[in-house]
Design a protein around this ligand. Structure first.
Ligand SMILES: Cc1ncc(COP(=O)(O)O)c(C=O)c1O
Length: 381
């Protein structure tokens, strides 16, 4: 563990305590450098030419993501966000009115909306006393479902789903159901294993725990999905052959041609940084920081930590019984500490989300002094 190095590689942590990693984590300097040098090549060569000249860089990014996700080679596409990756996958799943899709109570609004718009029936898995999915009662709900969506790490509360166990239940009782993993809040902070999970879809975003730039995401599809035709196709992902829409070959049918390629160049540097640093060291450090923060919060009056289960992951959420979440965030900001808030809006299935909460995400560039400083802010409120 090399916290000094991790801090020195992160320009944004020099002048403040940044604890808003669940929204957008601070990037390493190499990410910015990769984007700046890519943009310089666009200025010099022209946009298309810069993209073609950097074909190896983007192939390297897809290969690195493949490794990180535990996916199969040739099954990973780049996207503009987690949501766009999900839309593209959804367009290939053929879900329609009357189909039943099983989700957990922490499911993210953006994942749910296009399902509900399609008339799909959304069923919520039962919750156990510790607040996480009750896997012992999951089988009955999965049987006969057309799809199961595993939101690996929730957005609005520290809560991690045991995707491996849910995947095993799915394979047992609902092998025909699509198995979809939302890795938006887990990629970069938790191990991923698309192949072992036999996931049909894994989608994620670049700007959170992966420390990538805005406007980046990715999609991994399994063999059953790779052979299908996503709807709608576009000029890069399909063609008209004798008047019939035809998908492009292989994974290209899931990846748009028009993209902010400079951002993808930044994501390439971010993912490389993670692989070079060692994902397990990063995962461990994020978990340690979250545990350290929860320990500090537990001792404070009027602070109620909301995270669920034995290993809630890197997101730490709490309610302050005297101050609104936005006031807590404002007080922290005034003291040079950046934290986020979360509202019930993105979590419409969660009955415990009755109002805004403070959301904290510490990453490897944070240290114990950062956690102490935030705890002091709360103690001084
Ligand atoms: C759990 C979860 N899923 C999906 C998304 C959507 O990702 P994006 O904003 O990149 O579209 C988010 C974003 O906050 C998220 O937290």
């Amino acid at each position: 563990m090399d916290v000094d190095r991790w801090r020195s590689e992160t320009p944004g942590c020099a002048d403040k305590v940044y604890l808003a990693g669940a929204g957008t984590a601070l990037p390493v300097a190499a990410t910015h450098e990769a984007m700046a040098s890519y943009l310089a090549r666009e200025v010099e060569l022209g946009g298309y030419q810069a993209q073609w000249a950097a074909a190896d860089l983007f192939a390297g990014l897809r290969a690195d993501l493949t490794r990180l996700l535990g996916a199969e080679s040739g099954h990973v596409a780049l996207a503009e966000s987690g949501t766009h990756a999900w839309w593209r996958a959804l367009g290939a799943l053929g879900l329609s009115r009357g189909d039943r899709v099983v989700v957990s109570d922490v499911e993210y609004l953006g994942t749910l909306l296009p399902l509900v718009q399609r008339g799909v029936q959304v069923e919520v898995l039962p919750v156990s006393p510790d607040g996480t999915v009750d896997l012992a009662r999951a089988a009955d709900h999965l049987a006969g479902a057309q799809a199961v969506i595993a939101c690996h790490a929730a957005s609005h509360v520290g809560s991690v789903l045991d995707v491996g166990s849910l995947a095993a239940i799915r394979a047992d009782v609902a092998p025909g159901a699509w198995f979809v993993v939302d890795a938006c809040q887990s990629a970069g902070q938790l191990p991923l294993d698309a192949a072992r999970w036999r996931a049909d879809v894994v989608f994620g975003t670049g700007r959170k725990w992966l420390r990538g730039p805005r406007g980046t995401g990715f999609l991994a599809v399994g063999n059953r999905v790779l052979d299908r035709t996503p709807e709608p196709l576009d000029t890069n992902t399909g063609s008209l052959t004798s008047g019939e829409p035809m998908p492009a070959a292989g994974i290209q049918r899931f990846e748009p041609f028009e993209a902010a390629w400079a951002s993808h160049a930044g994501l390439a540097a971010a993912v490389r940084w993670l692989l070079d640093t060692g994902p397990s060291a990063v995962h461990q450090r994020i978990a340690e920081l979250a545990t350290g923060l929860r320990g500090r919060l537990d001792g404070l009056p009027d602070v109620e930590v909301l995270d669920r289960g034995p290993a809630p992951g890197g997101i730490v959420t709490f309610r302050h019984h005297r101050y609104a979440a936005t006031d807590v965030a404002a007080a922290a900001d005034a003291a040079g500490v950046v934290v986020g808030t979360s509202t019930p809006h993105p979590a419409p299935l969660d009955p415990d989300m009755t109002g805004p909460v403070v959301r904290v995400g510490a990453h490897v560039y944070n240290d114990e002094a950062d956690l102490d400083r935030f705890a002091e802010v709360l103690a001084d409120l």
